[in-house]
Design a protein around this ligand. Structure first.
Ligand code: SF4
Ligand code: SF4
Ligand code: SF4
Length: 173
């Protein structure tokens, strides 16, 4: 996924769409909005980001999961099998992005990249509703995909690269 920080206005439509699409219980969310101010007054810049699980290539959440509930599926999406999750919280502790939460039904939940939608050729719900079209989802290994082209032609960053998790969400800056 690529997310254009120059286009996000922080409206939270992506957050509401995700809660609705994925039956996220009231008071919880799989994605959220962050705002960072940089510079020195009066030269300040505000960056607004829609954040979620980074579907990292190097996954402490999968390594620390004692039951195998946290796993990686074909294509690199990191998922949690709810029935195999014992709610120990090891994955939550190991994630540098605070991307997981305890579901009130006793398991850990997080962003799935809406794999139920992408299987049907649809964009993830958050991508589909964004009014500024600031998110791009697709196959990074396909150089002709829109997401690959965006990343190839724009300056990008990932969040907390020092954590070494190799995040697969790239912010266009
Ligand atoms: Fe930003 Fe788009 Fe989410 Fe609105 S819907 S907060 S513009 S990412
Ligand atoms: Fe795991 Fe956190 Fe990376 Fe998601 S963001 S894959 S939960 S380490
Ligand atoms: Fe939620 Fe799907 Fe977007 Fe992940 S990809 S934040 S599960 S709407």
């Amino acid at each position: 996924m690529a997310i254009d920080t120059k286009k996000c206005v922080g409206c939270s439509d992506c957050v509401v769409a995700c809660q609705t699409e994925n039956n996220v219980p009231h008071g919880y969310s799989r994605d959220w909005i962050s705002e960072t101010v940089e510079g020195t007054y009066p030269e300040l810049t505000l960056e607004i980001r829609s954040e979620r699980c980074n579907h990292c290539d190097n996954t402490p959440c999968v390594r620390t999961c004692p039951t195998g509930a946290s796993h990686v599926i074909e294509g690199g999406i990191v998922k949690v099998t709810h029935e195999e999750c014992i709610g120990c919280g090891a994955c939550i502790e190991s994630c540098p992005y605070d991307a997981r939460y305890f579901h009130p039904d006793g398991y850990v939940d997080k962003c799935t990249f809406c794999d139920h939608r992408i299987k049907n050729g649809q964009d993830p719900a958050c991508v589909a509703v964004c009014p500024t079209h600031c998110m791009y989802f697709g196959d990074l290994d396909d150089s002709n995909s829109e997401v690959a082209k965006k990343i190839a032609t724009r300056k990008t960053k990932v969040l907390a690269p020092e954590a070494g998790t190799k995040p697969q969400i790239f912010y266009l800056i």
